[in-house]
Write a protein of this length. Structure first.
Length: 202
């Protein structure tokens, strides 16, 4: 008599447990890898967005400095200058009347102060200055603005304090910003050299 082996028996409990364990491990690994990819994508997007924000603000500073001109009373374009602040006049709102513009360093920020001219003759009342933070997370706040005279070539040292306002012809603006505080990547440095168009030549 021929004997046949029955191979249609089901899985044993041990086989089921092992199969569930393997499946769970695979799902865990897939989920972990997916989460890591998602975190990397979010980090890259965050970094790019923050960098773009700083670049846009930095370009605004450059544009304001480049377009500085006489005050509403005909005063010299630059009112005050130091390594951590610069005050000048520029028609930032394009209404034909220059505002008093002050860029200055806070604890870890760059701040913008705007004072509008009022009255006849026009005056700038500093108590009405509107101040807002425009750049956050500065790494170094000791020197943001550097000033050079008409002989600027790009290699000489900047003018020393106190700055001779009438001799300023070039302003270099440089900021180091930690666009993702406490985490990589390293701080990003933004720099531009500006030739204000309306500074008189001697």
């Amino acid at each position: 008599m021929m004997m046949f082996r029955d191979d249609n028996r089901g899985f044993t409990l041990i086989e089921v447990i092992i199969g569930i364990g393997i499946s769970a491990g695979i799902l865990f690994m897939v989920g972990t890898i997916g989460s890591q990819f998602s975190n990397v994508a979010n980090f890259v997007n965050f970094k790019l967005q923050n960098r773009q924000n700083v670049e846009q603000v930095f370009q605004t500073i450059v544009t304001d400095v480049r377009s500085m001109g006489p005050s509403a009373l005909g005063g010299y374009p630059i009112e005050a200058a130091s390594p951590t602040s610069v005050t000048f006049f520029s028609d930032t709102d394009k209404n034909g009347i220059p505002e008093r513009v002050r860029y200055f360093v806070g604890t870890s920020t760059i701040n913008l102060g705007i004072t509008k001219a009022t009255g006849t003759p026009p005056t700038y009342t500093t108590s009405t200055e509107v101040v807002k933070n425009i750049v956050w997370n500065l790494v170094s706040t000791s020197t943001i603005f550097e000033y050079y005279n008409a002989s600027y070539t790009g290699t000489q040292a900047s003018m020393t304090v106190p700055i001779d306002l009438s001799s300023v012809r070039v302003i270099k603006i440089g900021v180091s910003v930690d666009i993702n505080p406490g985490k990589t990547p390293l701080p990003t440095y933004f720099m531009n050299t500006v030739n204000p168009r309306n500074l008189r030549t001697n």
